[in-house]
Design a protein around this ligand. Structure first.
Ligand code: ADP
Length: 316
């Protein structure tokens, strides 16, 4: 069974332990936690027992080692994660405001994640991929964009598939080159994983049904719309399937979309039906938000089964 591969940033997250508007006074912190959307995604793939690899770069520091050790422990092939001498692994300091929104301080500008390169190891891992998961957030980086552009046609040629989580800031869609890059990926996407807002932005529609119809017209085979605590909906040419979310107490929303997407993808590749895959994916997303730290809440199938057995579905 073929490997699921993704490309993109690895960093650490350090969180404030109290609510507030930011970091304008000394305060208790917790972390570092392994992080980065592509890293969380691929860690979840590995935990579910599917073959997984990530193309990335870290610094030769403890933050890099922390991530590499975690990913390896969870079964992820990190042979294409370059350890860059003298570079630092990026970090994000996060504090939650009382209303649930987040205040960030990023140390990413000159970090190793910005120096991801098309190394021989990256080419080798991408050349052996059966499935590529593309994160929109990485596409502005020329090396990432280059690898994605080269990998997709080759992958399609040998019968592979592509999933795409837009995970973007609106500025990227307003920039014509950024928009074109995203559209090229979308044209090759088998499984599209937007949130509600991203769906509307992408389709340029004001209404969900129209947006879905427009995307299915462009050739996207399956769309899974992430609806936060309300769960998720799946759309393809045969229709739609809605799955309510699980009732949990959210303590840290970071990473939910990534563990959700990874779980849906792996379940489908393991042959589970749409409904069952959505249920497992909702469980993975819900577990993630109940645990502090973006990657701390990724799950094995045993953990998902135990969670589902004890959980209540939110009434629609
Ligand atoms: P993203 O993180 O990409 O913005 P969502 O916030 O929609 O995506 O979360 C992804 C999935 O995680 C949801 O579809 C749902 O299954 C689950 N999830 C997220 N937040 C909650 C929550 N508060 N309660 C229960 N499930 C949640």
């Amino acid at each position: 069974e073929g490997k699921i591969v993704t490309i993109g940033e690895i960093l650490v997250e350090i969180m404030a332990t109290t609510f507030g508007d930011g970091f304008l006074e000394p305060q208790p912190l917790i972390g570092p936690f392994p992080s980065g959307a592509p890293a969380i995604f691929i860690d979840q793939v590995g935990k579910l027992g599917a073959a997984a690899a990530i193309v990335s770069a870290v610094g030769d520091d403890d933050f890099g080692t922390l991530n590499l050790e975690r990913l390896k422990r969870d079964g992820v092939d990190v042979s294409a994660v370059e350890v860059l001498p003298g570079a630092a692994t990026g970090s994000a300091f996060v504090r939650y405001r009382a209303d649930g929104s987040r205040a960030f301080v990023f140390n990413m500008r000159d970090s190793a994640a910005g120096k991801i390169a098309a190394t021989l190891a990256a080419e080798s891992v991408l050349g052996g991929a059966a499935h590529l998961h593309v994160m929109g957030s990485g596409l502005p980086m020329p090396a990432v964009h280059g690898m994605v552009s080269t990998a997709i046609p080759a992958l399609k040629e040998r019968g592979g598939s592509v999933s795409f989580d837009p995970n973007i800031r609106p500025e990227m869609l307003r920039d014509p080159a950024g928009r074109a890059a995203l559209d090229r990926v979308l044209a090759a996407t088998d499984l599209f994983l937007p949130s509600g807002e991203e769906l509307m932005m992408f389709a340029g529609a004001s209404e969900e049904t129209a947006a879905i119809a427009a995307l299915l017209q462009t050739g996207v085979r399956e769309i899974v719309l992430k609806r936060g605590k309300a769960g998720a909906s799946h759309f393809d040419r045969n229709g739609r399937t809605d799955m309510p979310g699980f009732a949990v107490e959210e303590v840290d929303p970071t990473g939910a979309g990534d563990s959700f997407g990874a779980t849906f993808l792996v379940c489908r590749r393991f042959g589970l039906g749409i409904g069952e895959s959505l249920r497992y994916a909702n469980a993975a997303g819900a577990r993630t938000v109940t645990i502090k730290g973006p990657m701390e809440g990724t799950s094995t199938f045993a953990e998902l089964d135990a969670f589902i057995a004890g959980a209540t579905v939110r009434s629609p």
